[in-house]
Design a protein around this ligand. Structure first.
Ligand SMILES: *[C@@H]1O[C@H](CO)[C@@H](O)[C@H](O)[C@H]1NC(C)=O
Ligand SMILES: *[C@@H]1O[C@H](CO)[C@@H](O)[C@H](O)[C@H]1NC(C)=O
Ligand SMILES: *[C@@H]1O[C@H](CO)[C@@H](O)[C@H](O)[C@H]1NC(C)=O
Ligand SMILES: *[C@@H]1O[C@H](CO)[C@@H](O)[C@H](O)[C@H]1NC(C)=O
Ligand SMILES: *[C@@H]1O[C@H](CO)[C@@H](O)[C@H](O)[C@H]1NC(C)=O
Ligand SMILES: *[C@@H]1O[C@H](CO)[C@@H](O)[C@H](O)[C@H]1NC(C)=O
Length: 907
């Protein structure tokens, strides 16, 4: 893990120990009996160092003014590491040598802590650092190391959920190439991968990098399509990077910068110019809960001390950074532990005194080191930074705060807890958080770089300033796409269905995209010499940002490019000539009408006959003849029925004729495997993937013939195999539709025989444009636009297709319901009318009978019939019983005459 070779460090250590040892005797035993010596190692040149020093001094003052009776008193020995690991280590040794320090606060940097914590383990001196956050420092390898802060891996999940919440898919990491910077990488990349975020690049910026190096790196970042950067750097480097990024135009609209807590925690301490440059940045920091101790009087005292150490600096009027608070609390924790352990145990054992060595034998093991460590770790108290609990040998903090740097200060955006994720307020109702977590979590609005309030989409494609290079190639079907070169401007001109869909899709994107067409076959001599596979491959070679055309999605191509969703229907079909075939079925005459139709027609014939019969009888005519119908009503019924029969007959004739025609035209071939077995010839479009498909099916290459235009297809099919033609053509269904729209006579489509995904546009793998474009294409294909575009390019009316007709095409009763309803209704009405008329007549006559009281036999015809029927239809008729006796012979006569008539009618 450590990058500084330990051997070199060790050699340097020896030298420094020698020097330090010179003075060691002079100071030995210099401390008072109840002084508890504690070393402090900070980089006093840095802001964090200055703030921490002030806090530590204030903490010692405060602690012993609160606890005046304590028997121990911390004696603080401050050393400046000057940002160098070697200095820090030598300071540690010197402190141990000269003052027998029993604990060390610091060091400030993770890389320093790496070695000093090892030293602490050897000498059993607790090392308490509130700034060394690199997760590469583990407690297993350094048991005396205590982290009075959190390791950097704690925040990675919050950063990942932030990225997910704003819908970004790719991020670039920018970090210091130091122990601190690198420490977070594995954890951060893990967390990002968990939330499906891709890290195309991470940029480690070396401490020795010059301004030019950094500028070059920034330009490199700017040339990439990702626009989300996570910055994990020390404050000095970060200030530089942000100032330079601003100069490079990378702090403008569309960019996203996220800072980790290392920087966000001390945002208040940064110089105004750095804060100014960071406008729009968002960050994750530890949340400092409001506390009564943290009042203005505290801040005033703190600032006084700060001024004492930094007389030429302006006072920090803004709130003191959390690092300062942790420094303060660390001192309190240590002072309490010191009181418990006491200085009485302040005796030291020589480190391996028998050993003949020159350096480390001057270091001694701290006798009560273990005890002190236990006390520090077990001491929980309410400090100024919140609950100060080091039980896990690091601080227990579960709430992180999301901030937005804006207008020279920062604003609260939301909180993150491992339990509830992102939310605007703490203690937010759990239901509320889960409810909103489905979409965008409820956070305060953020002002993004460039003073933009619109959430950046996180990528730029193509990179800024460039135009989208759209590769186009002429298709054999100009309806799909055709390209030409403008003779004057040399610009590529394109048109076709694919282009219309592409341009329509671009219009539906939520952002504007400038693009230019680049023809794949600019030499123009042959469109077919290079296949579509090559065309798609250009996308992989990054010659184009997108390939537009009638490109079928196939497995081979998907290996090196991603496809949008298809914009045409899918499938591979076969075009074959139709052949004539005579149907020899003896029952073919039944086919025009469906079974139900035949049956119902038959029922209606009988019904109508009976009705006419009945009507004639009612009017007194016993000898039925079609031409001699006497009743007016029966004539109406007869006429209507004749009309229905006429309609039925003409439909039958038409349907029968069309069945005979269609049946004669059937595909000459229905199965491609059959064709292959028979050794037939098959044609395909030159350069298309069909060639591979046909080989896969098992066709011999000598049986495959390629053509490049629809006219040639037509010629090949019509010429026949003997003249160099083919038996069938295998094409994508969209081409077949186009072909049949042009040459429908004599050809038909068989299939789809294979599935294919349809036509789509090809983009480079992982292109951020892919999802957006696919969404737009779904919007087109799911709506009316596609119909209009297809109408424009594929003229479906130029060639009328014969309506397909098979067994199920027979005419059913449904289409004749109207006519049958008409005749049925007229018949029923006529019968009803006849009954009513007879009934009235009868009543009149019975009145006559009652009046005359005799002679009713003369007019009996009608009466008898009515009575007879009334028995059936109107059982409660008052007249029924009185007369029924005298008419028993009549129905027989009626049936007879009806039968006779039926027989007559049939002949
Ligand atoms: C040793 O002590 C002298 C005087 O006390 C001082 O000037 C010198 O800097 C010290 N050297 C070291 C390495 O601390
Ligand atoms: C870092 O902190 C997390 C959360 O408290 C903890 O699970 C992990 O073990 C820590 N890692 C190291 C190296 O201290
Ligand atoms: C210490 O080193 C000296 C010379 O290097 C040697 O003579 C002596 O025996 C050594 N003593 C021990 C205890 O190893
Ligand atoms: C067009 O292309 C030809 C050949 O590449 C070149 O000679 C000519 O200058 C170009 N014209 C323009 C306007 O770019
Ligand atoms: C896919 O590629 C392989 C090897 O390049 C080739 O053998 C096969 O025919 C191709 N398939 C199609 C459908 O193009
Ligand atoms: C296309 O997008 C518009 C705007 O978002 C929407 O109103 C419309 O319903 C979408 N149409 C289809 C077919 O998805």
């Amino acid at each position: 893990m450590k990058k500084i070779p330990q051997t070199i460090l060790f050699l340097l250590l020896l030298v420094f120990t020698f020097v330090a040892a010179e003075n060691s005797t002079a100071h030995r035993g210099g401390g008072g009996a109840d002084e508890f010596h504690v070393g402090v190692i900070l980089d006093l040149g840095s802001l964090v160092g200055k703030v921490s020093l002030a806090s530590i001094s204030l903490a010692v003052e405060d602690f012993y003014s609160v606890h005046p009776n304590y028997s121990t008193k911390l004696a603080i020995h401050v050393r400046d590491s000057m940002g160098s690991e070697v200095q820090a280590v030598s300071a540690a040794i010197e402190l141990r040598e000269n003052y027998k320090v029993q604990a060390i606060i610091g060091p400030q940097k993770s890389s320093e802590a790496a070695f000093i914590s090892k030293l602490g383990s050897v000498t059993q001196v607790p090392i308490v650092s509130f700034t060394a956050t690199s997760p590469s420092l583990t407690y297993d390898s350094s048991p005396y190391f205590v982290r009075a802060t959190l390791n950097d891996s704690v925040q990675v999940n919050s950063i990942a959920s932030l990225i997910k919440a704003y819908g970004w898919r790719e991020v670039v990491l920018v970090y210091d190439d130091t122990d601190y910077g690198r420490g977070i990488l594995p954890h951060l990349i893990d967390a990002l991968q968990h939330s499906d975020t891709y890290v195309p690049y991470h940029s480690g910026i070396s401490l020795s990098a010059t301004s030019e190096d950094i500028m070059q790196e920034l330009y490199k970042l700017m040339a990439m399509q990702t626009r989300v950067f996570i910055v994990h750097m020390s404050s000095t480097r970060a200030s530089l990077i942000f100032t330079m990024a601003k100069d490079a135009g990378m702090m403008s609209k569309g960019f996203v910068w996220i800072i980790t807590n290392g920087l966000a925690n001390i945002i208040d301490l940064l110089s105004p110019s750095a804060i100014e440059a960071m406008n729009g940045v968002i960050g994750v920091r530890f949340h400092v809960p409001k506390s009564q101790k943290l009042d203005t009087s505290f801040l005033i005292r703190w600032n006084k001390i700060y001024q004492r150490y930094n007389p030429n600096k302006l006072p920090l009027n803004k709130s003191i950074s959390i690092v300062g608070l942790w420094a303060y609390d660390t001192v309190w924790a240590l002072a309490q532990a010191a009181e418990k352990v006491g200085v009485s145990g302040n005796r030291n054992k020589r480190l391996q005194p028998h050993k003949n060595s020159t350096c480390l034998d001057s270091l001694a093991i701290s006798i009560n080191g273990t005890e002190l460590l236990t006390e520090i770790v077990q001491n929980k108290f309410r400090g100024i930074s919140g609950n100060f609990d080091l039980t896990e040998r690091q601080l227990q903090v579960s709430v992180l705060q999301i901030i937005n740097v804006v207008g020279g200060t920062w604003r609260h955006v939301g909180f993150w807890t491992s339990k509830n994720g992102l939310s605007r307020y703490l203690n937010q109702n759990e239901l509320e958080t889960t409810g909103s977590s489905a979409s965008m979590p409820d956070l305060n609005p953020v002002t993004w770089p460039g003073e933009s309030t619109e959430i950046p989409r996180g990528w730029e494609f193509p990179a800024s300033g460039k135009k989208l290079r759209v590769g186009v190639t002429s298709s054999a079907y100009p309806e799909f796409i055709s390209t030409s070169k403008d003779p004057v401007t040399n610009a590529t001109r394109v048109s076709g269905l694919s282009i219309d869909i592409f341009e329509n899709a671009l219009k539906r994107l939520p952002f504007a995209l400038s693009y230019e067409y680049q023809a794949f076959d600019t030499d123009g001599n042959s469109t077919s010499s290079r296949s579509y596979n090559d065309f798609v491959y250009q996308v992989y070679l990054q010659r184009y940002d997108i390939a537009v055309g009638d490109i079928t999605i196939i497995y081979n191509r998907s290996l090196y490019a991603d496809f949008t969703i298809p914009y045409t229907e899918s499938g591979v079909g076969m075009i074959v000539p139709v052949k004539e075939k005579v149907d020899t079925n003896m029952w073919i005459f039944l086919k025009p009408l469906s079974q139900g139709m035949w049956f119902r027609s038959f029922i209606f014939i009988i019904y109508t006959r009976i009705a006419i019969c009945l009507l004639e009888y009612l009017s007194g005519n016993r000898y039925l003849h079609e031409d001699m119908l006497e009743s007016f009503l029966s004539r109406i019924v007869h006429r209507v029925w004749k009309i229905v029969l006429l309609a039925l007959a003409s439909i039958y004739t038409a349907s029968f004729a069309s069945i005979l025609t269609v049946q004669r035209l059937s595909p000459a071939l229905t199965d491609i495997h059959e064709l292959q077995k028979q050794g037939g010839y098959v044609g395909f479009h030159q350069g298309s993937y069909m060639e591979g498909l046909l080989v896969d099916i098992g066709f011999d290459r000598s049986k495959m013939r390629s053509y490049d235009t629809p006219d040639n297809f037509h010629a090949a099919l019509s010429n026949g195999v003997e003249n160099g033609g083919v038996d069938a053509l295998v094409l994508d269904v969209p081409y077949i539709k186009l072909f049949l729209a042009k040459y429908c006579k004599g050809y038909t489509m068989v299939g789809p025989i294979y599935k294919s995904a349809g036509f789509a546009f090809a983009l480079p793998k992982r292109s951020p444009l892919l999802a957006e474009l696919s969404k737009a294409i779904i919007n087109i294909t799911g709506g009316d636009t596609i119909i209009q575009i297809e109408k424009k390019w594929i003229d479906q009316n130029s060639c009328q297709h014969d309506e397909e007709m098979d067994g199920s095409g027979a005419i059913t009763f449904g289409s004749f319901r109207g006519l049958f309803l008409l005749t049925g209704f007229v018949t029923a009405c006529s019968i009803l009318a006849a009954f009513l008329m007879c009934h009235c007549k009868k009543q009149e006559e019975s009145r006559h009978i009652q009046d005359a009281d005799k002679g009713n036999e003369e007019n009996g015809d009608c009466n008898d019939d009515i009575d007879n029927q009334a028995t059936i239809l109107v059982p409660d008729s008052p007249n029924t019983n009185s007369i029924s006796d005298g008419v028993s012979a009549e129905p027989f006569t009626q049936t007879n005459s009806c039968q006779a008539l039926s027989a007559h009618f049939v002949h």
